[in-house]
Design a protein around this ligand. Sequence first.
Ligand code: SAH
Ligand code: SF4
Length: 375
Amino acid sequence: MQAQANLLDFDARQLAAWFAERGEKPFRARQVMRWVHREGCDDFDRMTDVAKSLRARLHDEACVRAPDVLRDSLSADGTRKWLLDVGAGNAVETVFIPETGRGTLCVSSQAGCALDCAFCSTGKQGFNRNLSAAEIIGQLWLANRLLGAAHDPVPAEDGEPGNGRVISNVVMMGMGEPLANFDNVVTALRLMLDDNAYGLSRRRVTVSTSGIVPAIDRLRDECPVALAVSLHAPDDALRDRLVPINQKYPLRELMAACSRYLDRAPRDFVTFEYVMLDGVNDSDACARRLVALVRDVPCKFNLIPFNPFPGSEFARSAPERIRRFASILIDAGIVTTTRKTRGEDVDAACGQLAGQVQDRSRRTIRIAHQEESRT
Ligand code: SAH
Ligand code: SF4
């Protein structure tokens, strides 16, 4: 028997092509797509307006399968975190963050991450593999089903319909570097935006990247959504150390890519994320150099107080330091917010997502050796 196709792997065009190969009309694909994504339905028998013969065929040749939930944790502040099984001993995490007026889902794109940023728990675990499109969109599919009636739908905001949905925003800020898994991430993004699926506005879907310059250009050309760039340092010397991909795509190239992205972006600014590391990148001089660095890029800053994890070598900047740093940016006319730390009690805060990664890159072993030789 041929393997069943997981319909969560297909965006609208791919699903229409899969139906066409079976002699089915495009509107059938749209019907099934609405059942799967809008209704969260994984049972072909319940798709009552789909012809019986087609339902029987789907039964044989297709399935709708999201990752299994291994653990479901609820933080005291309402943040909810799911640990999802992606096979072979790997697990990734998805986090739902309810706020007044919106509900945000933080989605993972890889089991682990190969980019090894110095302050990131995911990076420290090494890399196993890219998630499939089904595993990425499956996080939204699952969260919608699991949140169900537990939360009120988000009301309409700034003229955009809230869509009757609990999840109004998606940020690709979970485990992994989304632009290093480009094709699968873009398939999932297209589904998030599709009116027959989740119907989210481009402005409410954000890709966060550590700065893979050619992939930023591709995203602009193929599926422009809101862009967040993990900056974390005002100069190449420090950024080379904190975000090693900077050695390949230094700040001058990154800033130019941000400007190019804004030509087609759904928002007229880039969000720069900046993790606040005590005594490392949080001085007044760093803030002033940042102002000069981003002079030509319309942007907002989001300062993220560092979230420690076991074995991390950094400390969080003091609140007063963060306020002072923010005030330098604000005085230079840059809109600056400081991220509230959410879900810390269930290790769901930024950079704490660890899941479970069977490292195939052997980096963990390398790190272990380095640690041994240090002692
Ligand atoms: N790989 C992507 C997206 C995932 S990380 C990226 O790097 O942008 C989402 C954000 O959390 C990034 O800005 C990342 O730098 C930040 N982050 C990572 N580890 C962190 C930590 N320990 N504390 C606070 N923020 C962290
Ligand atoms: Fe990967 Fe982002 Fe973590 Fe860097 S911060 S190691 S790019 S997940």
